[in-house]
Design a protein around this ligand. Structure first.
Ligand code: COA
Length: 559
């Protein structure tokens, strides 16, 4: 089928649906929902058999839904209608939730239902549930819908429903004096990553994001108890919670201590166990565990963005992990994202974004180099969350890359104002996919599924989603206990030395950074402009040509 995706943006869910439909042989084109006339033009050019709207912020115009079958992906179970669906579910403590694919009609989300899927709710942030459970359920329901489109006897069912209102800040407001940590966490989770909860810190208005539970710290409700690295801890009626990120009024989302310099006055609350994973809930972005000769290093960095400071701390943690008596180190990344490369928000907020970009790319390269030069353990990148740009190549610095089936990968840099990229991609990519393959990946700017990445030879294994963590631990333990472990380690060391003799890592790095220097400091401001729009979440004013295939110059309107 020829399927047009009309979406507010090419978000993770839209990327995944696009890849899944292409894999099943459908012809896909994408148009961003910018204006009714633009969508109408896209429909006229592409002449789709079906229109799917994975992620919309407003209704499809009647001029389209009255003439074409338009299917809306609604992040709520059958009968749920209206905006803020997930927000209400999380804040209200729903035990089960779902996704419904329904036909667009005049009344929002009230059209006949084509397919649906449900999932048990997890206590997590909205953005996390959306990227994980909602995305999986949406894939299931959309595939069922597309199959049903060809079933002549299938009739979508009309179901009664209840529409809820848009959740307002008044519904999200926190009373720090009376509310418990659990209730406050539910409110903060329901609002993450957009719009956040409107509140005040240091007497200044801001929106709160990135909440973490805390098991032991207590104080006067509402008071600020202290800080740890980039987060601050605030007392509730029965304990406290950590706030990792804020968006000050008129500003961009930033780590809390960076947004409010006043936080420097708060007492530092260090973790007792260093890198070891705390046995009780608290704020800990880098956490280490060990089992069966394997060290597991998690880095739960908000949105997978890795600032200069985070890269340096993670490099130190990695180097410390290499001194442990283990045979394998598993780099687990975070639960939603493994890594999305350098931290574009902290760069934007810096006095000199060019200097901060330079510091950040050098810090992430130092981390990649530490992984590449590790001689004491075999290393595994266990990519359980999505990865983008430099994050994809940072993962490849490990000896093995194992992916959770379902993650989306964007192993290219060009979408960020034609960045050249670093993280040793010129060393890591060509041996695996060839020079032409490397150029094609970089040029195409398109997302890739886990099975595609493994098929290309870029990564090593794709493991089933639900048992990913268990499978990774088992496979890593097998690597560590394998009788041929010493030979494998020796082979790795020999290969590194041979590669170094052919062309030193320093040479790859210098070549990549020479290009990056031009991106950061050169005449062409594309990267700075693209970064500004990205961190400001500017609305799209057109759909990039690599997505809107119906706008290709050689596109022929189907007969
Ligand atoms: N720095 C700072 N924030 C980042 C980031 C980065 N490198 N990558 C992603 N984010 C943030 C986004 O701003 C967004 O923030 P929000 O909480 O305000 O919504 C959130 O992470 C999710 O990103 P989004 O773009 O909505 O997710 P997606 O699944 O649609 O797309 C990517 C994933 C990786 C394709 C996209 O985020 C991207 O292009 N990131 C930039 C990658 C990059 O160019 N890195 C620098 C070069 S190494």
């Amino acid at each position: 089928m020829r399927i047009l995706l009309i979406s507010h943006s090419f978000n993770g869910l839209t990327q995944r649906l696009c890849c899944e439909l292409v894999t099943r042989g459908h012809e896909i084109s994408i148009e961003f929902d910018i204006a009714d006339a633009v969508s109408e033009e896209a429909v006229a050019l592409f002449r789709p058999d079906l229109i799917i709207a994975p992620f919309l912020k407003r209704a499809i115009p009647e001029s389209i839904w009255s003439r074409h079958c338009c299917l809306i992906v609604h992040p709520g179970p059958v009968g749920d209608r209206g905006p803020s669906a997930l927000d209400w579910a999380i804040q209200g403590g729903a035990k089960e939730w779902g996704v419904t694919v329904l036909q667009a009609e005049a009344e929002m989300d009230a059209g006949p239902v084509w397919a649906s899927a449900t999932f048990p709710m997890r206590s997590a942030r909205k953005a996390s549930i959306y990227r994980s459970e909602v995305t999986e359920a949406a894939v299931q329901a959309v595939i069922a819908t597309v199959n049903r489109k060809n079933e002549p006897n299938f009739k979508p069912a009309r179901v009664p429903g209840q529409a809820h209102a848009l959740m307002k800040q008044a519904d999200r407001a926190i009373d720090w004096q009376t509310e418990t940590s659990a209730a406050i966490l539910a409110k903060l989770n329901a609002a993450d990553g957009f719009p956040g909860v409107a509140d005040e810190l240091f007497g200044q208005p801001c929106h709160l994001f990135d909440a973490w539970p805390e098991a032991s710290l207590k104080g006067d409700p509402g008071s600020l108890l202290g800080r740890r690295e980039t987060a601050i801890c605030r007392a509730t009626a029965d304990g406290s919670v950590w706030i990792g990120h804020v968006k000050p009024a008129g500003g961009i989302k930033l780590p809390t201590t960076l947004a409010f310099t006043e936080a420097a006055e708060l007492p530092e609350l260090p973790l007792d166990g260093g890198y070891w994973k705390s046995p009780t809930p608290t704020w800990q972005d880098i956490a280490y565990e060990e089992a069966g000769g394997v060290g597991f290093l998690s880095f739960e960095f908000y949105n997978g963005a890795m600032s200069t400071g985070q890269c340096r701390r993670l490099t130190e943690a990695f180097q410390w992990a290499t001194t442990r008596p283990t045979k394998v180190i598993v780099l687990r990344g975070g639960s939603d994202f493994w890594s999305n490369g350098i931290h574009l928000n902290t760069i934007e907020a810096a006095e000199s974004p060019a200097d901060e970009s330079w510091a950040n790319i050098n810090a992430i390269d130092d981390l990649a180099e530490a992984i590449l030069r590790c001689e004491t353990q075999l290393t595994v990148a266990a990519v359980g969350g999505n990865a983008g740009a430099g994050g994809c190549f940072l993962a490849r610095a490990a000896d093995f890359v194992w992916l959770r089936d379902g993650v989306m990968l964007n192993p290219h840099y060009k979408n960020m104002g034609n960045l050249y990229g670093s993280e040793f991609w010129t060393y890591l990519l060509p041996p695996r996919v060839g020079d032409e393959g490397a150029k094609a990946i970089m040029r195409h700017r398109l997302p890739m599924t886990a099975p595609e990445a493994v098929k290309l030879g870029f990564y090593d294994a794709c493991l089933p989603g639900p048992a990913f963590a268990v499978d990774v631990a088992r496979r890593a333990a097998e690597l560590a206990s394998a009788p041929d472990f010493p030979e494998k380690l020796a082979a790795k060391q020999a290969k590194r030395r041979a590669d170094e003799a052919t062309k030193p890592l320093a040479a790859y790095r210098a070549e990549e950074l020479a290009e990056m220097r031009r991106n950061f400091y050169g005449f062409d401001p594309s990267y700075h402009v693209a970064r500004y729009h990205f961190v400001s979440r500017s609305a799209h004013s057109w759909t990039p040509r690599h997505l809107a295939r119906h706008r290709d110059l050689d596109w022929k309107v189907p007969a």
